[in-house]
Design a protein around this ligand. Sequence first.
Ligand code: 8YV
Length: 327
Amino acid sequence: MKPKILMTRAVFPDVITYLAEHFEVESNQEDRIFDDAELVRRMHDKVGLYCNTSQRVSADIIAACPSMRVIANMAVGYNNIDLAAATRAGIPVTNTPDVLNETTADFAWALLMATARRVTEAEHWLRAGKWEKWTYDGFLGADVHGATLGILGMGRIGQAIARRAKGFAMRVIYHNRTRLAPHEEQGANDAQWVSKEALLAQADHLVLVLPYSAATHHAIGAAELARMKPSATLINIARGGIVDDVALIAALRAQQLAAAGLDVFENEPALHADFLTLSNVVLTPHIGSASAPTRRAMAYCAADNLIAGLQGKMPPNLLNPEVLPRK
Ligand code: 8YV
C-alpha cells in the first residue's frame, strides 16, 4: 500500500498525477479552505502534508497530527508553519526557494512602475468614461529612471530586483541584517549598504522583500513612514504584517507618502477596507510569483521535496536539517 498524503489546496492536475505515482493522494481540487479541525481530521491517516501559505500549521496542529512525517510548503516563505514546533517533533519542513526569484523580481518592478506612474488609477478613470480631453497635469507621477531605489531585505529576490535597476540608471541602496560581500555589492547588484534610517530617508522608491517573523512585524510603522520622503513610493511584495497597514493608510491619506503598491496585506485576503477608498495605491492579490511557468516550477519543487522526504532521502530544500539523523 502506498503512503497517504494530503494536499490542502487545488494545484495543477498533473502534479497530482505525479505525486500519485508514489502516494495515495487526497487532493482538494474544489479548493475549499480547511480550518484547523478539518486539517487535523484529514491528516489522521496521512504521512505527508503538501500545503501553501494559506494553511496555518501551528504547534497545536503539529501535536495533533502524530502520523505526519514531512511538510512541503509550496512557497518560499514559511511563516505559516511553526518551524520550531516541527523541528521539536522531528518533522522535516521544506519550501520552494530560487524557482521564483526572477518572476517575483519582475513583479516588484511591475508594481513599482504602476505605482509611480499611477497606471491603475488612470485606467479606472478611463474606464469610468471620464476621458474627455488631454490635460498638461493629468496623472502626473514620479520618475523611476535616475531615482534612488531602496531595498529592505537583500536576499535572492532583493538582488534580482537590484540587478534590474541598471537599465533605469538608478542608484541602489539597501539594508539587510547581513551585509553582502564586497564583490556582490560591486558586481551585478551595484548596491550600497546603508542603515535602515538612511534607507528610509533617501529612497525615492522603497521595495520590501524581507521575510516575515516576530522580529520583522511592523518593521514599517508610523515612525518609519514619517522618515520617508513625501514624494516616495512604498512597494510591499513580501508579507502582510511587515507593514502596519493602519499607519500606512494614515500616511497615504495625509500625503505624508506619495503612493504605495501592495501585493500583500495584514489579515489577507480580508484587507483593511480603507485601502479601497484611496486613489494613491495599487492593490494586487498576492500574485508576486504568479507566472504560469513559475507556479508550475513551485508546484513540482514542493512535490519533489515531499517525495524525497517521505522516501527517507535528503529533500532538496530542507529548512530544518537538524531533524535528520547525524551521519
Ligand atoms: C506564494 C509567496 O505563491 O512563495 C511565497 O512565499 O508568497 C508566494 O509565492 C503564496 O504564498 C502561496 O503559497
